[in-house]
Design a protein around this ligand. Sequence first.
Ligand code: HSE
Length: 309
Amino acid sequence: MSVISSVTVKVPATTANLGPGFDCIGAALRLCNQFKFTRIDKGGLTIRVTGAEAERVQTDESNLLYQAFLKLYQHIDQTPPPVKIEIDLGVPLARGLGSSATAIVGGLVAANQLAGEPLSQVQVMEIAIAMEGHPDNVVPALIGGCRLAATSETGWEICDVPWHENIIPVVAIPDFELSTSEARRVLPTEFSRADAIFNTAHLGLLLRGLETGNPKWLKAALQDKLHQPYRKALIPGYDAVNAAAVAAGAYGMVISGAGPTLLALSDVAHSQAVELAMVSAWKAAGIDAEVRSLALDTKGATYKTEARD
Ligand code: HSE
């Protein structure tokens, strides 16, 4: 009988919240991390990391990718095999583009493959949501596309959010980091009825705007009262970059995930001008940023296995 000797998993970056969809909507983007797990006969864990900011990744047992790998084996009540791990980073760390979600999803998918696929994709997704604490990055990272997640009596309902082809996500990634825990610490725990109504209405409008590409709806929809007003202060230059993106023709701009990356949505015709406007507004505020128009990823986590007899 053949045994899977290695598995290589590619997991896309994600942009969560999209303004009014705090903690419930996210989209996968075509930028990815790659993780290769190879079974070894014996010996301790080795983790080798390549790519941008590789030196900042933990290479001991505390590594989040490895923790997710262990979590799946714990869930199926099996002893994990000794492994060598190779990480190739394409997603910037701690910038609001779901780098932690790639690690959680990558570790779980790799373990599930090495263990002979005991869990379904839905079961893997549930463990990923529990590990991350909210669904909006891990769900699109696992299954791709733009996804809305809502709790149900039995677990999670996930629905795909149609995304009109004329809508381009433009991400401006600054050269400083912001940890999700810090960006969550500044949020209130209670909100007014007016703010709850505001976000409910704007998320509804966003869903229809994304589906139809209706510019008026998109322009009005990209606003939020639950997290952005509190997080803006952690992102120097936010107002200037926002004004520049909108003046260059973007529908609007929001914080990508917990930030500090800023995400503008633009039509195809304006996306280059929006890129230039965002990078120069940030430069004028003394911050270097990398700005890119990224296509939506529709595949989610993909894997390739190698087997030996
Ligand atoms: N919804 C999460 C947040 C995404 O905004 O805190 C970042 O993990």
